[in-house]
Design a protein around this ligand. Sequence first.
Ligand SMILES: [Ca+2]
Ligand SMILES: [Ca+2]
Ligand SMILES: [Ca+2]
Length: 223
Amino acid sequence: MKFTGMVLLAITSVASAQNVHWEFSENTNGNNVYWTSSTSVDPSADQYEFTYEITYVGVDIVFLGQIIGPEDVTSQIDPEFLFGTGLVNGPTPIVMMDEALEADADGDTEIDVAANIFMQINGKGFGQFNVTEVFLGDVMVDTGWPFGWQNVDIDRIYMNGYMDITPIIIECPEDTNGDGNVNVSDILAAIGNWGGSGDGDVDGSGIVDVSDLLAIVGAWGPC
Ligand SMILES: [Ca+2]
Ligand SMILES: [Ca+2]
Ligand SMILES: [Ca+2]
């Protein structure tokens, strides 16, 4: 019984718009990367569910004047950096990731690779993946017989990944408890959470205040 009720609640209060899957495959030898998705999502949705993942990181190295690679280094990168997910209030822009990445792959206390990684759904609903302030240094690698360990320059870095975005339209935000009616129980919910965020913040401003109360009164009755 409880399960049925939850399903009904989901159907009456939330309608998901189309979800999108964007894939990117970029590389840089020091230049800035500015990738933009070819499609967009509704920039004015109430909420956005997002997942991003960098599924592959590779590097080219220069050894004896030859470019060798790309070498898959994905497993050497902190998974926390490679994957993220969340549910955030709209409208866009929604910043999913804004990190200064630094890696000391060979553990000699000098940074070998650094870059600023920025991922967002921009104000027009397009996905963006930016890689800026790229630094490619050198790294000790075991080149095998006959040269053994060598200090080599990193020439290029590759990153493949995707973003999954689901814009969510809440059909009747004034119905705080999702029972299909805007009535006194929704007023009480807003008053009970006065000054807070979340329940009762029907206009998504981040705080429950008089404008939310007015919205609830304005939407009085069945959704
Ligand atoms: Ca190093
Ligand atoms: Ca209600
Ligand atoms: Ca509010």
